[in-house]
Design a protein around this ligand. Structure first.
Ligand code: C5P
Length: 221
């Protein structure tokens, strides 16, 4: 398949799991844009820079080099020559990523990288503004969502399966506040594109969601 697929939606809707599988099945490249915002947040917090310190954020952006590479089909994010793909997966970085994602200069910088990646090869790209801003002419646009409790329960299971001690209510409140921040920011807020298909995964299995999206993509032929 030679089409761009944009998948947007709120936190914990399963975008990355689904997007990765859709990409594998269709022979496309999966691009996780959240990882880019997370890497910026990791760098900035490591320098004690806060998201409201606009001048410092702008200055530090000049010192950041982000590279996206693939290892065994898995996207790796390289921040100034260091593979930070694991370091960016924690609740503090999730929160910080959402705060830095409000800064227009951060978004502009990542927009260039995101479009460069999509220019090279057809992609399945997931994020918050892919269908509305990054790839507005993507052939297939999906808005993936699920009830907030279902999203929190899935995240809870994922973390407890890994042996982490977490609290369901804390996870739910983190998800809610991140969604609220992402939906209400001034630049590129999280919103369903007018031409996106809404897929509510609350009562669907991963395979069912993947099949639904592939069917939508094939029907666009
Ligand atoms: O998708 P993920 O949870 O990894 O994204 C982390 C944060 O990055 C989101 O909460 C959101 O604030 C930001 N983000 C964004 N636009 C994107 C992808 C992620 O603003 N395209």
């Amino acid at each position: 398949m030679n089409k761009e697929i944009a998948i947007d939606g709120p936190a914990g809707a399963g975008k990355s799991t689904i997007a990765k599988r859709v990409a594998e099945k269709l022979g496309l490249i999966y691009v996780d844009t959240g990882a880019m915002f997370r890497a910026i947040a990791l760098y900035m917090t490591g320098k004690c820079v806060k998201s409201n310190e606009t001048d410092k954020v702008k200055e530090e952006l000049n010192n950041i080099r982000l590279d996206i590479v693939y290892e065994n089909g898995e996207q790796q994010i390289i921040l100034n020559d260091e593979n930070v793909s694991r370091l960016i997966r924690n609740p503090e970085i999730s929160k910080a990523a959402s705060s830095f994602a409000q800064v227009p200069e951060v978004r502009e910088r990542l927009l260039i990288l995101q479009r460069e990646l999509a220019d090279k090869r057809p992609v399945v790209m997931d994020g918050r503004d892919i269908g509305t801003k990054v790839l507005p002419s993507a052939a297939v646009k999906i808005f993936l969502t699920a009830d907030v409790r279902v999203r929190a329960e899935r995240r809870y299971k994922e973390l407890t399966d890994k042996g982490e001690k977490v609290n369901l209510e804390d996870i739910m409140s983190d998800i809610k506040s991140r969604d609220e921040q992402d939906m209400n920011r001034k630049v590129s807020p999280l919103v369903q594109a007018g031409d996106a298909v809404l897929v509510d995964t609350s009562s669907l299995s991963i395979d069912e969601v993947v099949d639904t999206i592939i069917k939508i993509a094939c029907d666009k032929n």
